[in-house]
Design a protein around this ligand. Structure first.
Ligand code: BGC
Length: 394
């Protein structure tokens, strides 16, 4: 019966998320139209104006809307003509978007891939036309046409989430030999970041799992078994409901930690806990991004922490990098020094190998957010403002 219900609720939720994609679809068209209008008003159509194509994965998840917007505005203020495309999380659409922009004659591409492995063909086309490619936030794998990678220190993100658990439960000082139950919800393996987050987290948690301090009643630990496809909230919710149903019903076990790779997953997991979990105890829920709905949940005690990524800084690094490349200079460590950024960013030439080459990378720092420091880190800094008691992006 439960399985049938799950099937129907999955169907319902997917229909719902497709419906919301539809709404976003309209926005995409409008935003692209607006973009072109604004762009052309501001810059005289001039053959010398360089063109930059941005290809984002989807507007369904909060962050990519901000990324697209910040990138576009910053590039335009530097005098570039910008084309911004979203791909509805459909690989085929993303490939078509890239090819369309190459044919449009862009001088540089900024791409956040949906699936890191499937862009070899279109990137080859870019390479043949000498179009540099910046892999944005997620690494494009298998292609030597990737010029640079801009992201956050993804391994550290997993570590920050894991260290939070260790500190919160004082696992280091566990003198009473307490044991805790944990369940993992990872990102999809087609996103290169997922594995890096996972490895970072496991570098801290594995020792506690091996010692039996952290138990996994479902037995699901491998990234392939814990991945949530498309980072989708509805799928995460159903995954959690199934786990509760099988391993936590009728007082069978008490869940202590839901280790969620990001905020869209945490949202689904916390919804399932809210509706289906009967244990009544506090459950630590991790996340990543600082999406508005999750910050609200942190304030309301429905999520315990998130890892905040300053997307405006990620966009700034990318734009400065694009600027250096298009001015004909070779980006390097000096780029950081000359840019005078007032935030942490490291230049790394060895950490990110995409299977074909070590991609020179610019990696930004992150901030742990919980109920205690949310105001200080996100409101007092002016990144978010408070509307109706909850944080909203400035
Ligand atoms: C990004 C995360 C984001 C996730 C889902 C990852 O590649 O690094 O910030 O939450 O994709 O969009």
């Amino acid at each position: 019966m439960r399985k049938i219900l799950c099937f129907f609720s999955l169907f319902f939720l997917l229909a719902l998320s497709l419906a919301s994609c539809k709404i976003f679809d309209k926005n995409i068209e409008t935003s692209i139209e607006n973009n072109n209008l604004y762009d052309e008003e501001k810059i005289d159509i001039d053959e010398n104006v360089k063109k930059i194509g941005i290809v984002m994965p989807t507007q369904y998840l909060e962050r990519w809307n901000s990324d697209g917007d910040y990138l576009r505005r910053n590039l335009m203020s530097k005098g570039y003509k910008v084309f911004l495309e979203y791909s509805d999380n459909i690989i085929d659409k993303q490939v078509k978007n890239i090819i369309k922009l190459i044919e449009e004659g862009v001088d540089l591409l900024i791409i956040a891939p949906i699936d890191g492995d499937v862009l070899i063909g279109p990137l080859k086309m870019a390479q043949e036309k000498n179009i540099p490619v910046i892999s944005y936030d997620r690494l494009i794998r298998g292609s030597d046409a990737v010029s640079f990678y801009v992201s956050f220190d993804n391994y550290t993100i997993g570590q920050v989430q894991a260290e939070f658990i260790v500190d919160y439960l004082k696992l280091n000082e566990n003198t009473e030999n307490k044991k805790y139950n944990i369940e993992f919800f990872s990102g999809p393996v087609d996103d290169n970041n997922s594995e890096v987050f996972y490895d970072g987290a496991m570098s801290i948690l594995k020792t506690y799992i091996d010692r039996g301090v952290l138990n996994i009643p479902s037995g699901l630990i491998k990234i392939e078994d814990t991945e949530v496809s498309e980072w989708n909230t509805a799928i995460a919710m159903i995954k959690m409901q199934n786990i509760i149903d099988e391993f936590y019903k009728n007082g069978k076990n008490k869940l202590d930690i839901a280790f969620c790779a990001n905020d869209s997953i945490a949202l689904g997991v916390s919804k399932a806990i809210n509706t289906d979990y009967e244990g009544g105890n506090e459950i630590i829920i991790t996340g990543q991004d600082g999406d508005e709905e999750n910050l609200k949940n942190i304030i309301d005690g429905k999520q315990t922490m998130t890892v905040y990524k300053h997307l405006q800084n990620e966009a700034r690094v990318t734009v400065d990098l694009a600027d250096v490349i298009l001015k004909g200079d070779e980006p390097s460590f000096e780029t950081i020094v000359n840019a005078g950024w007032d935030f942490d960013c490291i230049y790394d030439k060895t950490e990110y190998n995409n299977g074909v080459k070590n991609v020179p990378s610019y990696l930004l720092g992150v901030t742990l957010i919980d109920k205690e420091n949310l105001k200080k880190e996100l409101i007092d800094t002016g990144y978010y403002k408070i509307i109706d008691n909850y944080p909203v992006l400035q």
